[in-house]
Design a protein around this ligand. Structure first.
Ligand code: AMP
Length: 290
């Protein structure tokens, strides 16, 4: 596996490589969720490129950026074992040099939910993803459905700006008790970690209501909140039932097609995100028998 920090070296590699490229952008501190994206890429593409870049412009809270966990040596060993061919790990000054001033401004898809609670977040995400796609020039880019609104924002950008890469969403990888894997799970104390699976249980309650024929979004949200309310350590930011492409909030769920049930809940110091697609279990990462 090759590790590169310089944009020029990445461009030189890309101009020499003629096979297909699968790209996995990450902020490092890798876990099985990230590695599942690398394996998906390795199964389809002739070379897998991963990036490790803690993107300052997508953090609206400077203390969140400062606290973000990092362990480059461990990440490189995990990526190599998962079948990654090249890691691009630039410094912030390479990605945002003196004078940087051009941004991608996503539209309404980026306004609710994460966009409302983290002003400017998706401007930073869209800008860094476009920059990385321009540098790596992949045939496919792999994103986790765990960050479902990010997938919607990136897909919309790819369409609107005629990006050649195919955007491939991949299922959420969970711990055995249902907690979606996240670099931020390391912030949890043992007591908070024990409380955190309430997110997945709440989503399953919403899904159970949907499976029982409920189509009113307010009733599905109420079923989710009833479970969240049983956990005193859980502080809910939002529970949303939305169209998964536009992120427009729904009043009534469609009989055919999908709805995205998503939530963000603070448990102790960690903002935890999770979601399920109602109408299609394949992307939801529900454990067998779950
Ligand atoms: P991050 O390092 O948090 O920016 O995540 C990098 C990529 O990994 C994003 O596409 C995430 O959606 C994806 N990812 C993070 N956690 C998971 C997970 N538990 N399952 C699947 N993909 C994930």
């Amino acid at each position: 596996m090759i590790t590169l920090n310089e944009i020029g070296a990445l461009r030189a590699w890309r101009s020499r490589w003629s096979g297909s490229v699968g790209f996995v952008p990450t902020m490092g501190y890798l876990h099985e969720g990230h590695l599942s994206l690398v394996r998906s890429a390795a199964a389809r593409d002739e070379a897998v490129v991963a990036s490790i870049f803690v993107n300052p412009s997508q953090f609206n809270d400077p203390s969140d950026l400062a606290a973000y966990p990092r362990d480059l040596d461990r990440d490189l060993a995990l990526l190599s074992a998962a079948g990654c061919d090249l890691v691009f790990a630039p410094g912030a000054e390479a990605m945002y040099p003196e004078g940087f001033q051009t941004w991608v401004l996503p539209g309404p898809v980026a306004e609710p939910n994460e966009g409302a609670f983290r002003p400017g977040h998706f401007r930073g995400v869209a800008t860094v993803v476009l920059k990385l796609l321009n540098l790596v020039q992949p045939d496919r880019a792999y994103f986790g459905q765990k960050d479902a609104q990010q997938v919607a924002v990136v897909r919309r950008m790819a369409r609107d700006l005629n990006l050649p890469a195919e955007i491939v969403p991949c299922p959420t990888v969970r711990e055995a008790d249902g907690l979606a894997m996240s670099s931020r799970n390391t912030y949890l104390s043992p007591e908070e970690r024990a409380a955190a699976p309430v997110l997945f249980r709440a989503l399953l309650a919403g899904r159970a209501a949907w499976l029982a024929g409920e189509r009113e979004a307010s009733a599905i949200r109420a079923a989710v909140c009833a479970v969240l309310d049983t956990e005193p350590r859980a502080e809910t930011e939002y529970v949303s039932v939305a169209d998964p492409l536009s992120m427009a909030e729904l009043e009534t769920l469609p009989e055919a097609g999908e709805a995205l049930l998503s939530l963000t809940v603070k448990v102790g110091p960690a903002r935890l995100l999770d979601n399920l697609l109602l109408g299609q279990d394949a992307q939801s990462g529900i454990p067998a028998g779950g």
